[in-house]
Design a protein around this ligand. Sequence first.
Ligand code: ATP
Ligand code: MG
Length: 452
Amino acid sequence: MPRARILVVDDEKNILTSLSRALRVEDFEVDVAGSAALALEKLQKKTYDAAILDVMMPGMDGLELLKAIRAEGKHMPVLVMSGHGSIETAVEATRLGAHDFLEKPIGTERLLLSLERCLDFRRLEVENEELRKRTGALEELIGESEAMRRLRERIQLAASAKAAVLITGERGTGKELVARAIHRASARVDQPLEKLNCAAVPSELIESELFGHEAGAFTGATKQRLGKFERAHRGTLFLDEIGDMPLPMQAKLLRVLQEGEIERVGGSGVIPVDVRVVSATNRDLQEAIELGEFRADLYDRLNVLPIRVPPLRERREDIPTLAERFLELACIANDRPRKAFGKGALELLSAYDFPGNVRELKNLVERLVILSPGETITEADARALLPIARASVSAGVYRPGVPLRELMDEVEREIILRALDHHGGNVTQTATDLDLERSHLYKKMRALDIKR
Ligand SMILES: Nc1ncnc2c1ncn2[C@@H]1O[C@H](COP(=O)(O)OP(=O)(O)OP(=O)(O)O)[C@@H](O)[C@H]1O
Ligand SMILES: [Mg+2]
């Protein structure tokens, strides 16, 4: 397969011969035309990845030819060459959409460099166009593992119903993507999807965010404002980080969900709303209920259709697919030529636990794109960025004269701290992970002086 197909246009036969020879040596497929008219004929019949045009030609000249090419909506890169390199011609050529201007006599190296550069540029342009076309699809959930297949099934099922959905999963697993997918797959797709991040809004403002307010309802409320519920009418309301909703608001939300009507802050009278509620959290709500931080009755209301988004380490098969896609996106976003993973690199990534899940993988790949020097991301590149413990835990622990018991305590303490960190401080999950009774873990934490 030739690297690219190039059209060379010049009225001087020896130039056509020398240029096409130089290009063919470099594995390009080359067609030549001795005039602009012949060139236009060829352009009708074939598509070219790039064209090299002489300016001075009898009949139609190179700049007019360039104009004609662009007028036909052809976007391939064009290099313009001229024996009389005047600034004006170069400027005019660029204005007409030439990618580069070469002065005769043309050095092979300079020509190849310029050609490679604009072919690369065009490739990126094409990829960007495709990407833009797919922006919708961009948000799509990637992954063909059994766990992802089941997740898609759950999403379809949820989309076909109106009941409240509660999405749970560790941080960065894709809960928001799932919420959006449910909305998009539902009959409400043409109606609004509104989102409220309960952790990001100060607690005293949540009520007005959700239910809106009348002018003068409180200091600063100069105008009437619609809340998320009213805006999401007939659509979907996504309540993110629901575990962080303050208790008094939980009571109000529960009432709205029961009655199907809201009351604006400072308003008199109720407004019926038809809203599908999807909420998400990475907190263990059962634990929050035990701690008295979340209402059990609200939980039941929100959790009609539970969807659990599995952590990445439970579906490692998806890591290569995700990594490849993130690599593609990161190269384009950072203006880097397309890179590829060396084999060891993907294996290394697949073995890593990703406590930050898909988001961590995405960020890691982006860093690899920016920091790795070559076109191939090697295993060493990846290893350098992975926060995997580089030495075994026990290495370096031994110190002469210190009792084994004390050394063991150090190691145990280190392991428990790491595990807690891994689970975002969640003791229940940490205990399950380490296969300990929760009470036993608590006891150990106290003994090793680990504070929550
Ligand atoms: N299956 C997937 N396919 C493609 N991209 C994904 C997938 N899952 C997650 N992502 C990407 O990973 C990032 C994190 O996803 P998202 O924000 O949905 O996670 P989250 O579970 O809501 O995290 P948090 O709990 O921190 O809010 C986003 O950039 C998202 O596009
Ligand atoms: Mg989120």
